[in-house]
Design a protein around this ligand. Sequence first.
Ligand SMILES: [Zn+2]
Length: 185
Amino acid sequence: MMNTTHAAMGVALATPLAFAAPELAPTAALAGFAGGAFPDLDLLGGQHRRTLHFPVYYSVAAIPAGVLAALFPTAATVAAAFFLLSAGLHCVADAAGGGLELRPWEATDDRGVYVHPKGAWVPPRRWIRYDGAPEDLLLAGVLSLPGLLVFDGAVRALTVVGLLVSVVYVAVRKRLPEVETRYLR
Ligand SMILES: [Zn+2]
């Protein structure tokens, strides 16, 4: 799944707050966006989908963080809860996508996401065949609706940027391995 899909998913998580606690909703949405984007920073170093991907630890940590935010709803507690929730969801959702191969549409790799307590990789389900697939763009579009319609300001602006990046990424996705092989390896 694209990083932008995960980020939009994080914003979508904050939608109920727009009605339940509107003063905290933008903070929750921005934290959800950041938490959705964060795990993929391990593309820059370490091992992708392992170094900063913690499907279990983020999700478990989100429970006390969520309780704390419900009992003491401040910008800090709500941001922490939504960041962790979104990061956890990102890592779980990665297992629904493709593998780690250079051309994930060839479906030759069996690593979806690394589960640290298990010490093993969970295989990719390929419900979204690969990051940047047409169905990934569709999912990103649907998940962007709250960011566009429920929120405004910075959240809406980030959502628009995310969608534009997604469209470009999907358009060039199948040419990226060639670029990567030629210039980066
Ligand atoms: Zn990821």
